[in-house]
Design a protein around this ligand. Structure first.
Ligand code: B12
Length: 248
């Protein structure tokens, strides 16, 4: 068990009030090495240059990308999410933290995306209309590429027509949609309905994810699968690719 650095201790003490969240994060930080703790702490404060440098250093020291993600970058972003929810910080601070996270992810990406294996299938990925969150989607894409998928990334604020156009252009049997806002989640259902209206629903398998999305919600909108994280996303993409009976 590692000692938690003073900065993270302060974050936990002053800002993470809910006992379940406090215990979960304390567990992660106690498991994390001093270097991972440093990455998490700098990320919370949006110190891009430090996150950039320390993530590079961690890879040079042979840390696995998954450890850097779980114990450093995602753990730090979890604290940011709690402070944002509890109105202790606001959009500008979150944006700055997101930039720092992206600087770290940029180092991890080539490793996660380098598969060197036969293509496992083709997937279209996008964050749905009205939603600008893309960190989780991008992580899913890195993992999918690392597992050998060809992924066409439609970015954020993706309208149903753009998903349809991409599916037709790339002859892709699997569509992944991401949404982080309760107000944009319904656009996942609307996108599926648009495929129905275009006569394309039966040929496509839809997977959905993002912090607010649940398995129940996925069933409600008639999605074919829900994934809670990037690892689940890869498993789901494999399963849905196998199940897809293309009729384009
Ligand atoms: C960073 C962030 C931002 C950044 C986004 C930067 C970016 N480029 O992405 C900025 C500052 C722009 C932002 C803006 C806003 N945000 Co914001 N944001 C966050 C925050 C803190 C972290 C999100 C994140 O990146 N998490 C880390 C990644 C790795 O996790 P993830 O996205 O969940 O992804 C994982 C899984 O969900 C899954 N997954 C994701 N997508 C998919 C897809 C598939 C197919 C599968 C299988 C799996 C999968 O795998 C991923 C990897 O493990 C969250 C808090 C939170 N707890 O989520 C709030 C949060 C999502 N934001 C929130 C809000 C309210 C907003 C704003 C409306 C604020 C405002 N007043 O303007 C705006 C909306 C802008 C818009 N139109 O989209 C709320 C949403 C509340 C709600 N329930 O609707 C949250 C929950 C914060 C809160 N608790 O209040 N935000």
């Amino acid at each position: 068990m590692e000692t938690i650095n003073a900065g993270l201790e302060r974050e936990l003490r002053d800002y993470v009030a809910r006992p379940d969240e406090h215990a979960r994060l304390r567990g992660i930080f106690e498991r994390a090495s001093p270097l991972m703790q440093e990455i998490a702490h700098h990320l919370i404060y949006g110190r891009k240059a430090e996150v950039d440098r320390l993530t590079r250093q961690a890879l040079d020291e042979d840390y696995s990308p998954n450890v850097i993600l779980d114990d450093g970058l995602i753990a730090g972003m979890a604290v940011v999410g709690i402070k944002f929810r509890d109105n202790l910080i606001f959009v500008p601070e979150v944006l700055i933290a997101a930039r720092a996270m992206k600087a770290g992810l940029a180092h991890v990406e080539p490793i996660l995306s380098a598969s060197g294996i036969e293509p496992s299938g083709t997937v279209i990925m996008g964050t749905v209309k009205g939603d600008l969150h893309d960190i989780g989607k991008n992580l899913c894409i890195m993992m999918l590429r690392g597992a050998g998928f060809i992924v066409h990334d439609l970015g954020v604020d993706t309208k149903p027509e753009q998903f349809i156009e991409a599916v037709q252009r790339h002859q892709a049997p699997v569509v992944g949609m991401s949404a982080l806002l309760t107000t944009t989640m319904p656009n996942m259902g609307r996108t599926i309905k648009a495929f129905e209206a275009a006569g394309l629903r039966s040929a496509i398998r839809f997977m959905v994810g993002g912090a607010a999305v649940t398995r129940e919600f996925a069933a409600e909108i008639d999605a074919d699968g829900y994934g809670k994280d990037a690892i689940a996303c890869v498993e789901l993409a494999k399963e849905l690719t196998a199940r897809s009976r293309r009729k384009l």
